[in-house]
Design a protein around this ligand. Sequence first.
Ligand SMILES: [Zn+2]
Length: 180
Amino acid sequence: MSDETSPRKLNLTACAQTGQLVSGKTDVLELPRLRADLDLSGPPAPPIQWQARVQQREQAGGPPQLWLHLLAQARLPLSCQRCLKPAEQTLELDRWFRFVESEEVAQAEDDDSPEDLLVFEPQFDLLDLLEDELLLDLPLVPMHETCPQPPVLGHSDPAEVVADKPHPFAALAQLKKKSN
Ligand SMILES: [Zn+2]
């Protein structure tokens, strides 16, 4: 990967000129803010797959605009709010962004623009944007569709209770043996 397409310092202007597709796989461990929200007690999460393309669009009566199309697919282990075990959530991103020259312009135009606005930077951190978007997309209450094990309520684990006491029929069988 050349310097111009390095995802932590993407050269937006160069990418728009070549129209080159930039893509890669990123380990969740490289995204510390996202990582903090994950339940990493299970098997390692697969890398996040992403691709991006920068486009320059001509517009009548003004300077050309820079747009970014970001696609990503992630399978992230979140903590199930029912059973507290890792629950894998699949997230798919498909987003368009338009670059503006400053934070002020972004704020001024934000309400009128259906697309998301980003402030232009000569070396743009694409992975930081990817992380932002994945964080926004995380479910508020992650849950298994069906939990692998029924949730444990309080301290009385039914499995332990059964293990501690002999099965009533087993006890009966012992009694029968003795009486013979
Ligand atoms: Zn669960």
